[in-house]
Each structure stands twice: as C-alpha cells, then as structure tokens.
Design a protein around this ligand. Structure first.
Ligand code: SAM
Length: 267
C-alpha cells in the first residue's frame, strides 16, 4: 500500500474507532432516506429507477446510513472502504439485510471486484480523498455494467474560496461548513490549493463515460442541516429545501455559490 494511502487508512480507522452512539445512529437510520430532505439525495432518488435485485456498490462507505435506501428497495449492496473499522460498523448498520450485503476492505483506486458488474455505484464525500483520480474513474468505468450509473456527492469549490483563505477566521468557518473531514490526503490537497473540487478538476475524466453531469446543489441548506443535525426529516428542513430549489431555479447564476455537487456518470 502506498504510504499516503496507509496514512489515510490509519486516520480513518482512528476516526471510526472513536465513533460513539452507534446504536442511536442505527435507530435514527431506520427512517433515513424514506423521507430525507437533503437535495443531493433527492436528486439521486429521482435518477435511480427500479432497485429490486439491482447490484449496487458503495465506495468509501464509512459509517453512512444512506445505503439503506438501496437495501430497503430490494437491491444487493457491496460495501467497500479503506477502513476496516468503518466496515465493522457498517456490518452492524446493515445486519437485518445480511443476505444482501458484502464487505470489501480496499482502496478505491483498485478494487478486487469483477468487470461490468454493477448497475449503480455510490460514493458520498469520497472524491476529495482520492489521490489518483485517473485510476479511480477508470475503475468506476470498469466496474459499471453498460448503461450503469455512478453517483458521487462532494464538496464544491466556490469561486470565493481563494479570497476567503486569506482571512483565517472566515476560512475556518468555511471549512467547518463543508460536509467533509480533513484527512491526510485532503490536508495535502488543501496545501496545494484544492479546497473542494471545481468542475474543471472533474470534467477531465468525462471520457471514461457516455454521459457525465456535474450538478451544483445546496445554497443555504448545508448551514441549516448543521443546525438541525439529528432532525433531518423535520418539516422545517423540507420547507428550506423547497424554497432553495425554487430560488436556484429562478436565479440559476447563483449555482456557482453552491456548497456541494452531485456527479452523475453513465457508462
Ligand atoms: C468523509 S468519509 C465519508 C464516509 C461516508 N461515505 C459518509 O458519507 O458518511 C470518507 C470515507 O472514504 C474512505 N476513504 C478515504 N480514502 C479512500 C480510498 N483511497 N479508498 C477507499 N476509501 C477511502 C474513508 O475511510 C472514509 O470512510
């Protein structure tokens, strides 16, 4: 394993070992994605189509509960992550689906999985941790079936970030607002000027796919979801999402100030 990937694994194992309240998280997760209000997840829901007996691969799954949506709707889900600790927690989260899940400890740049195998690939807050994105996107294209779709959600680098970085306090607040953690790879990228990803950083990989869409999402939603942590299904957040969607439809030029993006890659 490359040194930096080894450091990344140590970092994430340590993070997930610290994770407490896992029972509370599992309890809460039971209703998640049934009526969750996060715009990026709603965008994915709109595009996945029928899930029964579909093969889904989650990459960099961590201890996320979003994958329960695929399982509850009848799909088979393979979970992969660099961190062994994350996979231990993921086994607990998905225990009621144990005939429909598999777990693989592996780096996302080279997965021990067959060609043309998956209908859907899902990665939330993973892309900015990937050091060799070229190998990564080649892997995604290899793993997807013809017509299969990959969804990646990550932090979008808004144009003002470079100015904000000159003001340390503001920059600290900006980093806190990002839905991502600072791991060794991330730290290295930030040092080299990458704070979140730009459309042009990602568009260079579009040749691996037949269709490639970069959708900017979440204007103020991300702030409210921090405030309403644990109450993700609240009516207030639903209202915020509807208002935000309308607002971004009416003034599309504001999308360049969104906090996150959804990448949809079709093979
Ligand atoms: C910010 S966490 C996101 C976890 C989860 N997807 C979520 O939304 O809660 C990033 C995850 O990516 C994993 N990861 C980081 N680098 C990786 C790599 N090169 N290959 C596979 N997984 C990686 C970490 O172990 C961690 O679980």
């Amino acid at each position: 394993m490359e040194k930096v990937v080894r450091e990344e694994k140590i970092y994430w194992d340590k993070q997930f070992r610290k994770e407490r309240n896992i029972n509370k998280k599992i309890e809460r997760s039971k209703s998640q994605w049934d009526n969750i209000n996060f715009p990026e997840l709603l965008e994915i829901k709109k595009r996945v189509g029928k899930l029964k007996d579909r093969r889904v691969l989650s990459i960099g799954c961590g201890t996320s509960v979003y994958e329960l949506f695929f399982l509850k709707n009848g799909a088979f889900v393979d979970f992969s992550d660099l961190s062994t600790e994350a996979l231990k927690v993921q086994r607990k989260i998905t225990k009621e689906f144990k005939n429909k899940v598999n777990f693989f400890q592996s780096s996302a740049e080279k997965l021990p999985l067959p060609n043309n195998h998956y209908d859907i690939i899902f990665g939330y807050a993973l892309l900015h941790h990937i050091e060799d994105r070229n190998s990564f996107f080649r892997e995604i294209s290899r793993l997807l079936k013809g017509g299969g779709i990959a969804f990646f959600v990550d932090s979008y680098r808004i144009p003002m970030t470079d100015y904000v970085k000159r003001l340390p306090l503001l920059y600290k607040i900006y980093r806190k607002m990002q839905p991502v953690s600072i791991s060794p790879v991330d730290e290295e990228l930030v040092k080299h000027g990458e704070h979140g990803l730009r459309e042009k950083d990602i568009n260079i990989y579009k040749n691996f796919f037949t269709s490639f869409k970069f959708i900017k999402i979440c204007f103020w939603n991300i702030i409210f979801r921090k405030i309403f942590r644990g109450k993700e299904n609240s009516i207030f957040l639903k209202f915020i999402t509807i208002v935000e969607n309308t607002f971004l439809k009416l003034i599309p030029s504001l999308k360049k100030y969104c906090n996150i993006f959804l990448l949809v890659c079709k093979k």
